[in-house]
Design a protein around this ligand. Sequence first.
Ligand SMILES: Nc1nc2c(c(=O)[nH]1)N[C@H]1C(S)=C(S)[C@@H](COP(=O)(O)OP(=O)(O)OC[C@H]3O[C@@H](n4cnc5c(N)ncnc54)[C@H](O)[C@@H]3O)O[C@H]1N2
Ligand code: MOO
Length: 404
Amino acid sequence: MRRRLQATDFKMISVSDALLLIDQHRPDFGAETVSVNDAFGRVTAKDIFAGLDMPPFKSSSMDGYAVQACKLGETLRLIGEASAGIPFGSDVEAGEAVKISTGAIAPNGTDRILRKEQAVLKDSWVTVRRAPRADAFIRPRASDFPKGKLLVSKGERLNPAHLTLCAAANHATVDVKRKPKVALMSSGNELRALGSDILHGEIFSANAVGLKAALEAWGADVTDLGIVRDDEAEIREKLKQLQGFDIVIPIGGASVGDHDLLRPAFRAAGYDSLFESVAMKPGKPCWMMRKASQIILGLPGNPASTFVGAHVFLRPLLGLPNVFTTVVLAEALDENGPRETYLRATISNRDGVMMAAPYPVQDSYRLLPQATSNSLLRIPAMGGPYKVGQKIQALNLHGRGCFW
Ligand SMILES: Nc1nc2c(c(=O)[nH]1)N[C@H]1C(S)=C(S)[C@@H](COP(=O)(O)OP(=O)(O)OC[C@H]3O[C@@H](n4cnc5c(N)ncnc54)[C@H](O)[C@@H]3O)O[C@H]1N2
Ligand code: MOO
């Protein structure tokens, strides 16, 4: 009979060691070229440089008249017009003015703009109501950036402002990292697909729904392989469907129960263990294996454990950094145990201070805390006790395309 895993089989490592292993084994997803219109959220595979000067020509930042030095009360002869996209073709001399619109090329010979509001136009004559200084309302060529300037570094996640920058700088396409192909696999006899009738003792398989959304927001190409029952033969069959995925996320079946069959099945299929268990709470039974370039990141089935494991490990596995900010505790906390703990909490701005209030109950079977929290407070192993007002590190969950 196959030996079941015992608690003693799990070598528990620290969160920082697990993150080190993730860094060392992050798959190389390769690169592809996509239209800048489809590049939102993609990660750049190369540095992106400006293909032209910006602005590409000396232009006006106001509607008015392009002129040379002139005096208050002076009357200038209107000799033509420069509108955006339609240049005035000749040189401009002292005593002359060219009507100009915002974004139009400032004609040769002009070095300042007389704003429309500061001039009076009568027939073909413009009277100066306020003399502009040299360079007034002129956008010099290349004053935003010159051709060749590094605009977006390799490894950046393209945001809307980056995309506008790329488009303006003449990049119709960009080279981006290929989207990681990620498969989800929920495990457990108690799980039923949404829409099924459930029997007493069964629950709906929920974690993969949120996790899929999160992964998509984090830039992955996700396939949900559905539910696999706690049955060795069924798991073996499922494992045959994993070719072609960069990352596979089994959910549940990670602990020491007699029905937790996933790890032995992966081992039997030739996967090598990278870590078996992590000193964190929730998320202790997170595990990682690899075979060739494929990574398996097992997340525990308790919803909070899936949630925290995904934020702490899955984002970095995809190459997305987790950024912590310093916040102030709104409540006292007891001394922590030996596991690094992530508390689901709400951060709010109270008179300019970012105060963090942990959700009052933190059991990992609960779904509501993560649905109503906006951050994870990181409490170091053996940290504390903490007093109200003490500073602590928080992982911000909202405002960066996160899940739940
Ligand atoms: N004797 C021990 N028991 C447990 C330990 C331990 O160290 N010794 N660890 C506990 C911890 S910590 C966690 S976390 C859980 C993790 O267990 P598994 O990853 O094996 O997950 P399951 O047993 O399959 O499920 C746990 C819980 O979550 C529900 N679940 C599972 N999958 C889903 C899903 N896709 N959607 C919604 N809910 C799901 C499942 O029904 C269970 O209630 O183990 C502890 N036990
Ligand atoms: O570590 Mo478990 O993930 O606490 O519930």
